[in-house]
Design a protein around this ligand. Structure first.
Ligand SMILES: [Zn+2]
Length: 289
C-alpha cells in the first residue's frame, strides 16, 4: 500500500509538470510503451505509461482522443493496431487540451489518416499556430510543434458522434483556454457506466492566477471548471495523464482479473477535491492572503 502511494505521488509529480519546465527532459513514462486494452464497452486505452490516448471504436470508424508528443504517433499507431484496428480508420481526432504533450502529434496523425480535427474554441488558435498563441508558453520555442488545421470548432456541451457513439465536450478551462473534459456512456456486462476523461485541473508552475495579462479570466475559469467537474456523474474515472487516475495500479488490478478496476467514483471525487484545494491554496498565496 505504501509503495502504491509513493508510485502515485511520483506519477502526480510528473503530471503536475505537464507541459511545464522541461521539454528537453521529458519524463520517461511519457514515452514508455504501455499495453493497449479495452477499458469498457467500445472504449480502449492506446496511450503510453503516462500520456493517455483513448480510442472509441464504432462501426463507422474510430475516434482518437489525444495525439500526445511529436514523437508519439508511431507508439499510438502500434497500440491501435495491436487491438486489431486500422490506423487509417481514424475519422475524428480530439484532444484534452492544447499543450504539446497532448496535441503535438496531431499534424502527423491527421495527415496519415485523413481524420477531422475537432477542438474546443479556446484552444483552436493555439493548435493552429503550433503553440505560438498559448497564453503562458507561447514565447517558448521549445514548446512549439507542427500547426494543425481545425475542421470543427467545438463549444461547451457540443457532442461528437460517430457510428452510434456519442462524446460530450465539457469546457473546463483554466489550464488552457479550451481544456476539454470528455464524457460518454458505455455499457459493460449489462451495466451503464458514466465515463469521464478529465482534461486537466492542474495549475502549472509559473501560472499567474492574479493579474494575468494574457489570460485575465484564468482564476474564474478554474473556479467554473471545478464546479463543472463536481457536477459530472462519474463511474469510470480517466484523464489526460495516467497519473490523474492511477493508471498503472489499476491496470495491474485489471490484469489480475478485476474488470471493474477503472470504476472508481470515489477516486474521481477525491482527485477533484484535492486539485481544487491545490488551486485555492495557490490562489490564496498569489493574492497575498
Ligand atoms: Zn497541460
Amino acid at each position: 500500500m505504501k509503495l502504491r502511494r509513493i508510485a502515485a505521488a511520483l506519477m502526480l509529480l510528473s503530471t503536475l509538470l505537464c507541459a511545464g519546465l522541461l521539454y528537453a527532459d521529458v519524463p520517461p513514462d511519457w514515452t514508455e510503451p504501455f499495453p493497449a486494452f479495452r477499458i469498457a464497452g467500445n472504449l480502449y486505452y492506446v496511450g503510453s505509461a503516462d500520456l493517455a490516448s483513448y480510442l472509441v471504436a464504432t462501426p463507422k470508424g474510430l475516434i482518437l482522443i489525444n495525439s500526445n508528443l511529436t514523437s508519439s504517433p508511431a507508439l499510438i499507431r502500434k497500440s491501435v493496431e495491436s487491438l486489431g484496428f486500422k490506423w487509417t480508420d481514424i475519422r475524428i481526432l480530439l484532444i484534452s487540451h492544447a499543450h504539446s504533450d497532448h496535441c503535438a502529434g496531431s499534424a502527423q496523425i491527421l495527415k496519415e489518416t485523413g481524420a477531422k480535427y475537432e477542438v474546443m474554441e479556446g484552444d483552436v488558435s493555439v493548435v493552429e499556430s503550433g503553440g505560438r498563441t498559448d497564453f503562458h508558453y507561447g514565447a517558448d520555442k521549445t514548446m512549439w510543434y507542427s500547426p494543425a488545421h481545425v475542421d470543427r470548432v467545438l463549444h461547451d456541451g457540443d457532442t461528437v458522434t460517430l457510428g452510434g457513439s456519442v462524446l460530450t465536450a465539457h469546457l473546463t478551462a483554466g489550464h488552457t483556454r479550451g481544456t476539454t473534459t470528455w464524457t460518454m456512456d458505455e455499457r459493460e456486462s449489462g451495466r451503464l457506466l458514466h465515463v469521464v476523461i478529465v482534461g486537466s485541473p492542474n495549475v502549472n508552475p509559473g501560472y499567474k492566477l492574479v493579474g494575468n495579462k494574457t489570460y485575465p479570466r484564468i482564476a474564474e475559469d478554474y473556479k467554473r471548471e471545478f464546479a463543472v467537474l463536481q457536477s459530472l456523474p462519474c463511474d469510470v474515472f480517466l484523464g489526460a495523464h495516467g497519473g490523474y487516475f492511477d493508471l498503472q495500479s489499476k491496470y495491474a488490478q485489471f490484469k489480475g482479473g478485476d474488470r471493474n478496476a477503472f470504476v472508481d467514483p470515489g477516486g474521481y471525487k477525491a482527485y477533484i477535491a484535492d486539485r481544487q484545494q491545490a488551486f485555492e491554496e495557490e490562489l490564496r498565496r498569489q493574492s497575498g492572503r
